[in-house]
Design a protein around this ligand. Sequence first.
Ligand SMILES: *Cc1c(COP(=O)(O)O)cnc(C)c1O
Length: 480
Amino acid sequence: MKLIFNKGAQGRRGVKLPELDVPNKAEIPEKLFRKSPARLPEVSEMEVIRHFIELSENNFGVDTNFYPLGSCTMKYNPKIGEEVARYNGFTALHPLLPQLRPGGLLTQGALQVIYETEQFLSELTGMAEFTMQPLAGAHGELTGIMIIAAYHKAKGNKKTKVIIPDSAHGTNPASAAIAGYRVESVPSNEHGVMGYREFMKVLDNEVAAVMLTCPNTLGLFNPEIKKIADKVHEVDALMYCDGANLNAILGKSKPASIGFDLMHVNLHKTFGTPHGGGGPGAGPVGVKEKLKKFLPISLVIKRRDGTYALEYERPSSIGYVAPFYGNFGVILKAYTYILSLGGEGLKKVSENAVLNANYIKEKLKTHYHLPYDRTCMHECVFSASRQMKKGVHAIDIAKRLIDYGFHPPTVYFPLIVEEAMMIEPTETESKETIDAFIEAMIKIAEEAEKNPDLLHSAPVSTPISRLDETAAAREMDLRV
Ligand SMILES: *Cc1c(COP(=O)(O)O)cnc(C)c1O
């Protein structure tokens, strides 16, 4: 199918787009033409403004309130990222613009952004090369597993399973299963991590890879990871790192040095970009030297003359995983984020993320049960088990936080903690905000003791009271 452009369309602010073919009207099938004009609302500017302001006020986001949603990294996204993403030179681009033919210079800046972001990620993680194509973390995992499968196929290895600890994000086992592997789940030990001993019980020659989140979803680092990696490599299996949230280790440690062979990074969590509700995202996948040849095509390369080009010549590539070059806008915001912070700034990101999470952990551990009392990384996980004795569940505490003006933390995940409340303050919050959150959590713990019924009916300050969760799931109506 041909795409329709205005002939010689003039980009905004004078960016001249090249002339492209316009299909003859006669080529468009008769049945696709409208019979009557579209029924578009006729409204004044004032009505439009009121409509969108009202919608924006119904929103609860990082730009309005504290949003400590563990594992999702809902942090402040610097507005400079939005500004750069709106530069005409980027917004007026189209992926079908010629790369190498005359006029190809139009896309050089965009290719440079992709190339340099890829280089930054390689530097930060120690990987040899990244594909910038995957459109989300889960998509990155699937891409990674496809690379793992291609590696074993090329070597003639017979591999059937992937080892994943029970604290993993649900997308890990889902990605492994979609790629055709059997998932072997390993229970976490008393320190909240996959222990070497438990791991060795399931390791054998059938293992294709081990998928580990690092630090894991309890916000804990695995001190035995190097020993585990060495054993994995002895059976020619690969170490996959789920690097969705790198806030804890940026500029501090490199997954490649720890023994990981490949990984994905969520640009929309670690490197800015507002996200939620399914997008937009970007989950670039980085690999060590031995896996480079399997990366998806196309890749952006820098030629000797300093220009950038798309490379398609990788005979062992797993092929395309996304149209064009990934979610370019997200890559651009990550690029802006990295450049605006610089190396030292990125180190501060992890220092502050870890400090803030440990501060909350220490302040709240006398009020809520802390199942794994260790120094945490970027997030900490409490259990509402103490409040349960009064009939108060994690969901009640979460709903009550709304009354105090806070977004609830992630609840009931990871699955291995009963009544889990997973708190990730991120690096971008001030001590005052974090203290106010801690105070609200302490008040709620007191309310759970004295007035548990209040918590069952929370939130009480919102226009709509507690939703019937079952009805909301079974008879979903998004129009109200
Ligand atoms: C968010 C997340 C994912 C999945 O990323 P999506 O972009 O939502 O697909 C995978 N693993 C971990 C640990 C995550 O936090």
